[in-house]
Design a protein around this ligand. Sequence first.
Ligand code: CUK
Ligand code: CUA
Length: 667
Amino acid sequence: MKVQSTSKLSLASGALTALLVGCTGPAGPQPTPGPSGGPSTGGAIASLMKARNLSELDVTAALKTYMPTGQQDEYYLFASGGHGGNLIVIGVPSMRILKYIGVFTVEPWQGYGYGDKSSQEVIDGGRRDGRAITWGDMHHPAFSETAGDYDGQYIFVNDKANPRIAVVNLKDFTTEQIIGTELIESEHGGAFVTPNTEYVIETSQYPAPLGGVYADLKEYNDKYRGAMIFWRFDRTKGRIIEAESFAMELPPYMQDLADAGKLTSDGWAFCNSINTERATGGILEGQPPLESGSSQNDMDYMHIINWKQAAEVAKGPKAKKITGMTVIPLEVAIEEGLLHFVGEPKSPHGLDLTPDGEDIVVGGKLDTHATVYNFKKMKALIDAKKYAGKDPYGVPILPYEESIRGQVEIGLGPLHTGFDDKGFAYTSVFIETKVAKWNVKELKLVEKISTHYNVGHLVVAEGDTVSPDGRYLVAMNKWALDRFAPVGPLLPQNFQLIDLSGEHTGGKMQLLYDMPLPLGEPHNAQMIKADKLKPWDVYKPTGMDPVTKEKSPFAVEGGKERVERQGDTVHVYMSAIRSHFSPDIVRVKEGDKVKIHLTSLEQAHDATHGFTISSYNIQVSLEPGEHSDIEFVADKPGVFPMYCTEFCSALHLEMAGYFLVEPRKKS
Ligand code: CUK
Ligand code: CUA
């Protein structure tokens, strides 16, 4: 693997000087004068550069990402946490981590799943067959959209391993819902939203009999199926409504990445597939391994789905129910003209629509091309019923040559594509470990930049909307190798920030920053302009439940704190404000059911408290104005300190009390 130092790239002459004096630099706040009264002189910089062996280009990269204290980033990056099961919020261009959001995995800092009742109910929403699932394999976050543009209200994420979708509210960066279905057993093509967030798309990956029933692999062709699920999102409720959602049954190919049409192609959805050979592996059963069994054909099939019409069919008598999910059977999808295929170069992976919704770019993992399909051409073929043939299940296949606008020679292993505001596309090239920039109209390669190493997804600022911003690209690299100090055999991922502006580099892409990300494998991310988010400072009204976003019926008012016993249940109405809990002594008897209703009376931004009771595995984070209910059985007698787990004030250590569990007399 070639290591390319940034210092070998050429720098437009005078770029550093220009950046230093700020005359052609990006618009933004001027640097605040330091204590000495002004910015450092060129002499000091020159000696620093010499001492640290930095090139001019290194220094421009540093100046483009450095945030003086108090200045805020221009963009938020929401990265999936991979097998960490949580979301990671990062500022761009500084690449400072701003937050982890607990989603599929419990998260103690936020008190997510450590005794707090409403967050536990969210996590329990993701049970499968009643079984608790305590992690997720998160791949693809997707912002909610209005008219094809990010509206900053919600972000959706998927769990590939235990097919589920989660809804995160961007008012408080809190997970409000996890929903899944036993219809399918794994997924990959999610979460992707339709242009007005009518539906969140989730597509199965590894076929299985629908509904979680058993069938031997010998019956793969007949009994195994895939499905594309359209989860109905109700924006007024902020929830996915299962009863209004539907799925379309698909042949047992391995459906891969998906996306929704927009503008020209609004009302349609697309997904890739691999393994149209329907190989099942079976290395010890005389079969080739899946990887070779699935590489026999020349082409796989892109699926072209008319979801708007499918939504109507789903309401009619031809749909059936499987494990509570409305399903359009494959025969019905074919007969109603809802599903078409077109050939794709073998083993495709990424599928991305151009901002105008006209073209669909497919990356061929084992190919050197990105293939550009044209929606209008495909739609004309569908309308004329001009088919090249049918697949074994009867799905009509459009003629490939007449469906594409062309191919771009990209390099070995193109995967995912993002778009900027100037008519360029950026495709990650996994095997070559590069990002390739190409002209969408002319289908011509413009430039390549190295990544370190093995770039998977990449994200361009708002690059999958109808109006991309360009400017920044983050390459999400699978391998880090020599980039950071070694930390044993398991290394972090490497997020590399790339400047697309061409400023100070004569129009070239410039690598700005390497960021290690040691929290699962974040496959994909979404980048949104910071001013599109308007997060709350505090919960209002005081006593709000963060999941319902309503005042809790158990909210506690100052002066009305109390303990009420009802049989063997003890209700503790408790408040928290700097620097005490009230009540600060709670006495119960062994075996009592305890329900602590805890409200923060704080009104000031960032005045956060925590609450724990020793030995009971309880940890709650209490943001200003937040209400939390904690329920447990006091089955262990003893004396248990309870205290605030956030350093909230000078007397934080004194924000403590006792939870006393008196033993029952043995009779
Ligand atoms: S991905 Cu999920 S295997 Cu290329 Cu979207 Cu990483
Ligand atoms: Cu409240 Cu520390």
